[in-house]
Write a protein that binds this ligand. Sequence first.
Ligand code: GDP
Length: 138
Amino acid sequence: MEKTFAIIKPDAVERNLIGKILERIESNGFKIAAMKKAQLTPSQAKGFYYVHKERPFFGSLTESMCSGPVVLLVLEKENAIPAWRELMGATNPEDAAAGTIRKDFAVNIEQNSTHGSDSAENAAFEMSYFFSETEILS
Ligand code: GDP
């Protein structure tokens, strides 16, 4: 079993898509090992997206992540990291495959409804950024 870290981003929470996204997660065989709703602060968002600090969209990305509440998740499944990225679809909804979350729900390349870790190393960092070990129930 592998764990990955996911976020339902403010654009999706704002449009009442939490339930629809959780339904896709569970019906695709993921177990929800941890979940909480949170309002990110600018410093939390900047720390989380630190790897992107030199990118031109860093300011607007971190601002949009603080524009409303998010849902933070730890998901568990065999090969959870690639499986969750496949279910989310490509970063830009215009490039995302049919039936993926981003194809169906994303507003644009930035407000793309969900986040998913892209490596085991980043998943470990991201999970521990928002959850203590005792909050993650396998
Ligand atoms: P991900 O792993 O698919 O989420 O994509 P990245 O790690 O490359 O980027 C992180 C997040 O930054 C994405 O999910 C988007 O919200 C945002 N983002 C990525 N590329 C762009 C871009 O070209 N423009 C803007 N405005 N936002 C972007």
